[in-house]
Design a protein. Structure first.
Length: 262
């Protein structure tokens, strides 16, 4: 059985990384739409077209469920996709609910792409769970581009974050919600800015557990299936990655393993 993991770029590797821990016996097909990244600067219509093309590709590869490891794609396209395809389509959303539940009397910062930050989905989440009006939302459009360039904790990145956070007192916050899977690569950079006790929440564990429950509920997960071997196929905008790209992916997985412990 194959599970598709989709993102606009390399950010989705962070969810794939966690999914492989939660469901190590499942085969995965990872699709990064590197030709069109970043999605956060595109129109809703463009995003929907790109995501539909990717999902169609993953279905053609035999995927029995697909995870949109992209908050922007989820916000723009998930209703359309669920109406079109018969297999489970699982989206991802900023982890506002656990952040509000864990809050220690301070404020909550949600960082996201512009599309997610302005989207109805996030606004509804905040209205539902932010009873005490403690959530602040900051758009970080350039962070996706930094990630795609493997620039994670340079002086340029730190200057950019400080400029985007201007006017906010880092000590006012106890929770930082990463509303884009690309942002997982920058946990060490965020940790340098916020208090030592900041809780950084990325939502990947919750999504991976939800994926597992959906597979069990739909009767498509069989731990005794000898055909499951835990392999991963990687594609960039529909093209199988070459050896150089695969080495780069392995490097990113190593960084994600370090970031997962922050």
């Amino acid at each position: 059985m194959k599970i598709g993991i989709f993102d606009s770029g390399i950010g989705g590797l962070s969810l794939l990384h966690q999914a492989m821990i939660t469901l190590p016996e499942v085969d995965y097909v990872f699709y990064a739409d590197v030709d069109n990244v970043p999605y956060g600067e595109k129109t809703t219509e463009q995003i929907r077209e790109y995501v539909d093309r990717a999902v169609d590709f993953l279905v053609s590869k035999g995927c029995k469920a697909i995870v949109l490891a992209c908050n922007t794609a989820t916000s723009a396209a998930i209703t359309f996709l669920r109406n079109k395809y018969q297999i489970p389509i699982i989206g991802i959303e900023p982890a506002v609910k656990p952040a509000c539940a864990h809050n220690r009397g301070k404020r909550i910062m949600v960082v996201a792409t512009p599309v997610t930050a302005k989207g109805v989905k996030l606004k509804n989440l905040i209205m539902k769970y932010d009873i005490d009006s403690k959530v602040d939302v900051i758009a970080l459009p350039k962070l996706v581009r930094f990630a795609q360039q493997d620039e994670f904790n340079s002086a340029e990145v730190m200057n950019y974050l400080n400029n985007q956070f201007a006017g906010h007192n880092f000590n006012d916050y106890s929770e930082l919600v990463l509303g884009c899977t690309h942002f997982n690569y920058f946990k060490d950079s965020f940790a340098k800015l916020f208090p030592d006790d900041i809780e950084i929440i990325d939502g990947n564990i919750g999504v991976s557990n939800y994926l597992k429950n959906i597979l069990i509920k739909n009767g498509v997960l069989d731990n005794n299936d000898d055909k499951l071997c835990g392999t991963v196929e990687y594609y960039y905008s529909g093209r199988a990655v070459d050896d150089k790209e695969l080495e780069h992916i392995k490097m990113l997985h190593r960084r994600l393993e370090v970031m997962r412990k922050i």
